[in-house]
Design a protein around this ligand. Structure first.
Ligand code: COA
Length: 155
């Protein structure tokens, strides 16, 4: 079957929304509203198989040299098939083109990111994230997600 990776289309918004929220109900991702998916649709990459979204990830710029990798998810049937790696590689490639210094993610799956060359970090070393979003989160400061980062400017 043919897969292709590309930027998300607006018509794929509901599929992305459903995929993220499937994993959110399992406690692995933060939930997103359909409105948030549409507002941020230009951040998203998807992998498609026969025009169906089988994986997604978003690269969201947070500062002049920093971006967050968000909402990375793969459908159940296609886990461990390399699509997570493909999406992270694509976001890192875009980060290089944008001349970012660093990309970070907050995750319950740090080992996946470490496999791809990312490192665990203290979330407090990401002040832009803390100022913007963490302070408003009901879980702050007792967040159980682990911060992982990759330095782009040394790749
Ligand atoms: C985490 C997730 C995105 C990984 O995607 P995937 O397509 O299954 O992963 P890949 O097949 O690309 O794996 C790449 C490598 O990471 C490893 N890996 C994948 N998930 C892992 C995990 N949870 N723990 C440790 N290693 C993992 C794989 O074994 C593979 O290593 P290899 O190249 O030596 O074989 C996917 O499991 C998923 O959708 N999880 C639910 C949502 C989620 O937790 N997202 C991350 C939070 S931000």
């Amino acid at each position: 079957m043919m897969q292709n990776l590309g930027r998300a289309k607006l018509s794929e918004g509901t599929e992305i929304f459903e995929l993220i929220n499937l994993w959110a109900t399992r406690g692995q991702l933060l939930p997103r509203t359909l409105g948030e998916v549409y507002e941020n649709i230009r951040d998203f990459y998807v992998v498609r198989e026969e025009n169906k979204v089988i994986a997604c990830a978003a690269l969201h710029i947070t500062w002049g040299n920093l971006a967050e990798l968000k909402s990375i998810a793969v459908i159940d049937e296609k886990q461990s098939s390399g699509y997570g790696r493909m999406l992270v590689d694509q976001c890192v490639q875009e980060g290089i083109e944008l001349e970012l210094s660093q990309i970070f993610a907050l995750t319950y799956q740090p080992k996946f990111f470490e496999k791809l060359g990312w490192h665990q970090a203290d979330v407090m070393s990401l002040p832009q994230k803390v100022w913007n979003e963490c302070y408003r989160c009901p879980k702050f400061p007792a967040c159980e997600e682990i911060a992982v980062t990759i330095d782009i400017n040394v790749l």
